[in-house]
Ligand binder design. Structure first.
Ligand SMILES: Cc1cc2nc3c(=O)[nH]c(=O)nc-3n(C[C@H](O)[C@H](O)[C@H](O)COP(=O)(O)OP(=O)(O)OC[C@H]3O[C@@H](n4cnc5c(N)ncnc54)[C@H](O)[C@@H]3O)c2cc1C
Length: 494
């Protein structure tokens, strides 16, 4: 008899687990609380505009690369992709522009032109990017090609002086004051990000292994859902799991919110880790480490209040993303911002009606701030409007004069919105309370099990510390590979 698996959640990890499980002969049923696949890999339409919550950089777009192979297995490639010239651009309050070009030669020339005094640094930086482009560490480590890793190390070691630096540290080496301020913000406005992450990303960008999936995040997720359905997998939307059923230390099924019970040989959860462990399993299968992971975050500051603007303005000359440095810090969404970061999509005609465009501004904020406001819906809505007005004023007074009168659609999802749609405690992208280490994300098992509970696996961002789509897709793959090993089956990937 075929073994059956219940999967909680149709996010990247859940869909991927479903696909590999079907390929390896398991019966699978996914229960998803939302009415769409993809989880955090989400986008939605408003009056002809597409507002994308997720993808900035899709890794694995270069045919023949390891990560492209992963997406092929999942049916997400080949697809129509749009390449961008730069990862992001930065604009000074006076309007000076820095483009973080993927092309290392162009980038080197651009820095030299902006600041001749930084020519030497530009050469060192561009050379490091080229050397990193020959090393697919992330793909090799995550896909288990460990033997290839030693070959990649010598070229990277040429830059050993850079390996311990943060974006902030490297930024301070520029002599030009604008570059000094702009460089630390190039990795999603997080100056503490390790430079090595930035160089690795640039390496992928240089070889065309990063692009944008035309049609936005939801179409990307739908293509994976289609593969799952074509393989005969079942998925039930608007079905929230409230409890994971256990018997004698084994997971044996789930109870849904409507009270119905569904049984299976194995349960895999792609849902939020805290809710899975503490609510669905009642906190019965934990140890000290698991309890710490489920605790409140040290800092609940999160990067996920979005201001989406549909604008009657041609954005075709704009960069794909822009960090606007501000003259004075501004208090916005309970956070003092010295810059604001936005994403635009001039390369994808499906994002807006012809001649128009979308600007997505991403703001740091606190979950508790919005939670408290939500107790009074009027205050909550007023604050969202205030945040949108502040953002529009900032855009009007900096890079986009005239934009106020061009705004046709505004949408301001907050951390509460994302908690509602993805079930993630404290909102989108929130990780376990234990500080994630790079080594866990790249060398971990790729899934999590709980002490004292058999036939149960957790996939997805909480279980892997993996901050990207490919991480969590690989987590589904690794889980099914482990299941196959346990069941004495040869794992079939494609
Ligand atoms: C703002 C932002 C930008 C990002 N940008 C990028 C990017 O540019 N490139 C990139 O590679 N990655 C990016 N990521 C990361 C990527 O989106 C995530 O790593 C990935 O989508 C997480 O997948 P997951 O498997 O953890 O599942 P999730 O996406 O968290 O999905 C979990 C699913 O479980 C469902 N669920 C939860 N509880 C229940 C329940 N009780 N019953 C039934 N269903 C339930 C949810 O509704 C959801 O569909 C970004 C993330 C964010 C937040």
């Amino acid at each position: 008899m075929k073994k059956s698996i219940i999967i909680i959640g149709a996010g990247m990890g859940g869909l991927s687990a479903g696909i590999y499980a079907r390929r390896n002969g398991y019966e699978t049923t996914i229960f998803e609380q939302h009415y769409l696949p993809g989880g955090q890999c989400a986008s939605y339409k408003r009056k002809g505009y597409t507002f994308d919550v997720c993808i900035h950089h899709l890794f694995g777009t270069e045919p023949g690369s390891r990560l492209y192979g992963l997406w092929e297995e999942l049916g997400a490639m080949p697809r129509t992709l749009a390449a961008t010239n730069e990862a992001v651009a930065a604009c000074s309050p006076e309007g000076r522009m820095y483009f973080d070009y993927w092309d290392s030669k162009r980038l080197e020339e651009h820095i030299k032109e902006l600041s001749p005094a930084d020519s030497e640094l530009a050469v060192e930086y561009a050379r490091a990017i080229r050397d990193f482009s020959s090393a697919d560490f992330m793909g090799a480590l995550l896909m288990g090609d460990y033997l290839d890793v030693p070959k990649m190390i010598p070229r990277i070691l040429r830059h050993r002086g850079l390996l311990k630096l943060t974006m902030q540290d490297f930024g301070l080496r520029f002599k030009d004051e604008f570059l000094k301020k702009a460089f630390p913000l190039l990795e999603y406005s997080l100056p503490e990000v390790q430079l090595i992450i930035h160089l690795a990303k640039h390496g992928y960008g240089l070889t065309g292994n990063i692009a944008w999936p035309v049609g936005a995040s939801i179409e990307f997720a739908r293509s994976i859902e289609k593969t799952y359905l074509d393989l005969g997998g079942e998925v039930h939307y608007r079905q929230k799991v409230s409890e994971i059923l256990t018997e004698g230390g084994r997971a044996v099924g789930v109870r849904l919110e409507d009270g119905s019970e569904h049984r299976a040989d194995v349960v895999i959860s792609d849902a939020d880790g805290r809710k899975t462990i503490m609510d669905m399993l009642g906190g019965r299968f934990t140890n000290e480490k698991v309890r710490r992971m489920c605790g409140p975050p040290d800092d609940e500051m999160n990067w996920a209040v979005h201001v989406f603007l549909g604008v009657d303005r041609d954005l075709s000359g704009e960069p794909s993303a822009l960090v606007q440095l501000l003259e004075e810090p501004v208090d916005i969404a309970a956070h003092e911002a010295a810059s604001i970061e936005m994403q635009m999509y001039p390369f994808d005609p499906t994002m807006a009606p012809e001649g128009k465009g979308v600007i997505k501004v991403e703001l740091w904020s606190r979950y508790s701030y919005w939670k408290e406001l939500y107790a009074d819906r009027n205050r909550y809505d007023e604050e969202k409007q205030k945040v949108a007005d502040t953002v529009i004023d900032l855009l009007e007074n900096t890079h986009f004069p005239g934009i106020r009168s061009q705004v046709e659609v505004i949408d301001v999802p907050t951390l509460l919105t994302w908690e509602r749609y993805t079930g993630i405690t404290w909102g989108l992208g929130m990780m376990p309370a234990v500080q994630p280490r790079m080594v866990d994300a790249f060398l971990g098992k790729g899934y999590m099990t709980l002490p004292g509970l058999d036939s149960f696996y957790m996939v997805g961002a909480f279980a892997t510390y993996g901050p990207s789509l490919f991480h969590n897709a690989i987590s589904g793959r690794k889980t099914v590979r482990a299941l196959c090993k346990r069941d004495g089956r040869r794992f079939i990937a494609a």
